[in-house]
Design a protein around this ligand. Structure first.
Ligand code: NDP
Ligand code: 2IT
Length: 451
């Protein structure tokens, strides 16, 4: 059965399915983007003539490699490393590295594909890439993490560079891992360059990069509420999934904007604190002790812990911000949120809402900020880190924060305007996909057919 109205899009999607069979996350991400392109391809037939869509769904390069390292007991361990260099039309490949046992080709390719459009939306010159490994940092010592990172970078260093491909953090990769990888790259190349972002402040990192994805998510949400509902974050009850980098700084900014965050989670379960989450307790548990979120309920009287992370969506809220991982919010959860009166959902994680969930939000008039737009603050600030590294200069916290806010507001308006121009006003999924795409496709068209 034909899914697309446009035969060109249908043909591209069929070919993608054939080439990438058994990669459900990648196919899910491609389907969502191609669906958005119906009005674009109808308006501009030259996309078919130039084979733009055929090319945009195929990575320019995909590297897979063995990563061997020695654990604390002296045993040799083997993991699989990946880097996808998806599209370099508008700048060097750029995107995070994920360390999690679920990492595989499908996950890396969906993330790399989405990264292309997200990076384009920031307005900064960055192409799309992503990488990682099925290494699980949980329960590993600092020494084990260091030896893994050094081995991983020994191979990755052959494929990246400050003007070629600039990785950063994602799930399981924070300041510690970036430091070990940067140190190894410098040692291998004998050059001090901005080859990674998310670096420590003492060796070329940017102020605000740590906070950027969470802060950016709230700047986006704030602008969406203001423009589409003449509303604000003030006084709102907020549920945020996850308790990692994105969730923590989303909580901080939501609180600064006058909202009450009542729930956070990790992959084991969620906490509910009707008095509002005490962020310093969470930061101590997660950032300092690398512990589990269940600890919070033991330390804060009046709060509760429930086993099972998906239950978090049953907590009544005005605003839901999924900030953990892909497909964590399904159709059933979306319906519960709608029944409980949610007014806005914005994605801090990448592809956290299933297609069914998105459909339910849109059908019920819930404001929906898709990941590519709403979580672009992290990579945007990475772009600002690259800029500062190139200048060998650094901006103040206030300067970077102001640029981040400006970028997020622009992303909202560019996505909104594209949704309007292409006949789906307020559909930010469509608007973000189209606005991100137009710049990339233009650059591809002018650069000829080499890739
Ligand atoms: P962290 O590793 O800091 O935190 C991840 C959080 O998500 C943890 O609470 C973790 O719980 C939870 N989580 C991870 N995997 C699963 C799973 N399979 N099921 C349930 N919970 C899970 O990562 P980040 O905060 O950096 O990333 C969170 C999301 O935001 C990801 O989707 C990432 O791609 C996206 N993102 C990150 C950016 C960044 O700059 N860091 C930028 C843009 C998007 P547990 O500890 O139990 O594993
Ligand atoms: O998904 C993402 O945008 C990130 N993990 C951040 C990428 C980056 O290069 O800062």
């Amino acid at each position: 059965m034909s899914k697309f109205k446009n035969a060109y899009l249908q043909g591209v999607y069929d070919a993608v399915c054939k080439r990438n069979a058994g990669e459900p996350e990648f196919l899910q991400a491609v389907m969502e983007v191609l669906e958005s392109f119906e009005p674009v391809v109808a308006k501009y037939p030259e996309y078919e003539t130039n084979g733009i869509i055929d090319r945009i769904v195929e990575p320019e390069r995909f590297v897979q490699f063995r990563v061997s390292w020695v654990d604390d007991s002296g045993k040799v361990r083997v993991n699989r490393g990946f880097r996808v260099q998806f599209n370099s039309a508008i700048g060097p490949y750029k995107g995070g590295l994920r360390l999690h046992p679920t990492v595989c080709a499908s996950v890396i390719k969906f993330l790399g594909f989405e990264q292309c459009f997200k990076n384009s939306l920031t307005g900064l010159p960055m192409g799309g890439g992503k990488g990682g490994s099925d290494f699980d940092p949980k329960g590993k010592s600092d020494g084990e993490v260091m030896r893994f990172c050094q081995s991983f970078m020994t191979e990755l260093s052959k494929h990246i560079g400050a003007d070629t491909d600039v990785p950063a953090g994602d799930i399981g990769v924070g300041g510690r891992e970036i430091g070990y990888m940067f140190g190894q790259y410098k040692r291998l190349r004998n050059e001090f360059t901005g080859v990674l972002t998310g670096k420590g402040l003492s060796y070329g990192g940017s102020l605000v990069r740590t906070e950027a994805t969470g802060y950016g998510l709230l700047y986006f949400t704030q602008e969406m509420l203001k423009s589409m509902k003449q509303d604000s974050m003030s006084g709102k009850t907020v549920v945020i999934s996850g308790s990692g980098n994105v969730a923590i700084y989303a909580t901080q900014k939501a609180q600064q904007l006058g909202a009450k965050v009542v729930a956070l989670s990790d992959s084991n379960g969620y906490i509910y604190d009707k008095n509002g989450i005490q962020l310093e307790v969470v930061r101590q548990i997660k950032e300092v002790e690398r512990g589990r979120i269940s600890e919070y309920a033991k330390r804060v009287p009046g709060s509760e812990y429930q086993e099972g992370c998906r239950g978090i969506w049953s907590v009544k809220c005005d605003i839901a911000l999924p900030c953990a991982t892909q497909n964590e919010l399904d159709g059933k959860a979306a319906q519960v949120l709608v029944d409980n009166g949610v007014i806005a959902v914005a994605e801090g994680a990448n592809m956290p809402s299933t297609p069914e969930a998105i459909e339910i939000f849109q059908k019920h008039g819930v404001l929906f900020g898709p990941a590519k737009a709403a979580n672009a603050g992290g990579v945007a600030t990475s772009g600002l880190e690259m800029c500062q590294n190139s200048m060998r200069y650094s901006w103040t916290f206030e300067e970077v924060d102001a640029k981040l806010k400006h970028i997020m507001e622009n992303i909202f308006h560019n996505s909104y305007n594209a949704s309007k121009e292409f006949g789906a006003e307020g559909n930010l999924v469509m608007g973000a996909n189209i606005a991100g795409f137009l710049k990339i496709s233009d650059a591809m068209k002018w650069q000829g057919i080499a890739y």
